[in-house]
Ligand binder design. Structure first.
Ligand SMILES: [Zn+2]
Length: 399
């Protein structure tokens, strides 16, 4: 069945916004997109009878931990990232909560906030079923942790075997994610270098920089406390990007999550490798990691995607809310760039070439966002959309 959606504005992302635009969809796919001059005859009336509307692609949340949704509000903001993470570990160890109900409501919340695709980090297979039963598309990254692992083969094989046992929809794919350089052994990191996509928490806290330089500091203390320290480990005396590059991980399929501590030179290396920075500014501020250098991210030329992180360190799973946080930290970054991060760049990073933009052939996962007033310039519309849009103003278009 063919439908034509018309609206005051259409934001294809892959090209500039179209005033008085339309999108033609058939059997769930985008067939054509255009403006007033080439509108197909006999299309539907505009969506914006009464209130103006902007059509844009469903958003991409490139870093979330749906499994931790039950922790909403239970881990207070931290003074430092290691202290915050220790509180999370203690909560997880002492809890008897079944995470499944909160996973379901987290997925529903993400969907209502306009999310089409998530990069979900998982320590179990618990999110695979609920995601498959939902309308979200997903890459579920099975997180690998193991600072003492010397033989990586069995660890990787077990993660892949467990994922393979869970039936899932074609919209849900699986991948692997080493947790971080202070929690995963060099042998395990090196063994993952051929995987794409691959996600790693990197350059998140100052303590991580200290650990990689000297092998000391708060992360070393955490490893000691949980009995995971490996006495034979030698600090690489390198920054996080140099360290993972030595291990073969820095490539186009890599999602460098957080990057709060990365220098301009390091960001340049990320850009040169074709890797993606995933920024989660609300989480960074909550965990005590600090504020990410958003301006430097965009100046580096690297692909920048956006993630909310988990409900343990953020109040909502809305990518619109995360865009607003990016905007607050870097008001001079063009709103169009932020929108691209929340759509096309996230989809490319996660390997979903059929999402993230309104172009013929892509899946018609389209949002209609109510605008508060008629707008005559594209920058005004873009500016409004990155200012924080509530779920009440968002609806999904039939495809
Ligand atoms: Zn994370």
């Amino acid at each position: 069945m063919t439908r034509v959606h018309r609206a005051a504005w259409v934001l294809p992302i892959a090209r500039p916004p179209i005033r008085d635009g339309w999108v033609e969809v058939r059997d769930g796919r985008i067939v054509a997109v255009g403006g007033a001059e080439d509108r197909p005859a006999g299309g539907a009336p505009p969506l914006d009878d009464g209130r103006p509307v902007a059509i844009l692609p469903g958003l991409v949340n490139a870093h979330v931990h749906l499994e931790l949704s039950w922790m909403r509000g239970l881990v207070p903001p931290g003074e430092s990232m290691p202290a915050w993470a220790s509180a999370l570990i203690a909560l997880r160890r002492s809890s008897t909560v079944d995470p499944v109900a909160a996973i379901g409501s987290g997925i529903a919340e993400a969907r209502a906030a306009g999310t089409a695709l998530v990069g979900d980090i998982a320590n179990t297979t618990a999110t695979l079923g609920p995601l498959s039963a939902s309308e979200l598309s997903a890459v579920v990254f099975r997180e690998l942790i193991g600072f003492r692992v010397e033989d990586a083969g069995p660890v990787i094989a077990q993660a892949e075997r467990e994922a393979a046992l869970i039936p899932r929809s074609t919209r849900v794919r699986t991948a692997l994610a080493p947790h971080a350089p202070y929690s995963v052994s060099p042998a395990l990191l090196r063994a993952l270098s051929t995987q794409q996509p691959l996600s790693i928490h990197l350059g998140e806290s100052q303590a991580e920089i200290e650990f990689l330089r000297t092998g000391t500091g708060p992360w070393r203390a955490v490893l000691d406390a949980v009995g995971a320290w490996l006495p034979s480990w030698q600090a690489p005396d390198a920054g996080p990007i140099e360290y993972i590059a030595r291990l073969g991980l820095l490539g186009p399929g890599l999602l460098v999550v957080h990057g709060v501590q990365l220098t301009g030179d390091e960001l340049g290396r990320v850009a040169g490798a074709g890797a993606t920075i995933v920024t989660c500014p609300r989480s960074n501020q909550w965990t005590g990691a600090g504020s990410p250098p958003i301006d430097a991210f965009y100046e580096s030329g690297a692909r920048i995607a956006i993630g909310t992180d988990s409900l343990a360190s953020v109040g909502t799973l809305s990518v619109f809310d995360e865009m607003a946080a990016v905007r607050r930290l870097a008001p001079s970054v063009p709103a169009a760039r932020i929108l691209q991060s929340a759509t096309l760049d996230g989809a490319v990073a996660l390997g979903f070439a059929d999402l993230g933009a309104i172009t013929p052939g892509r899946r018609a996962e389209l949002l209609a966002v109510e605008l508060p007033a008629p707008m005559t310039s594209a920058p005004d519309v873009e500016q409004y959309l990155v200012g924080g849009v509530s779920p009440a103003a968002i609806r999904w278009l039939e495809s």
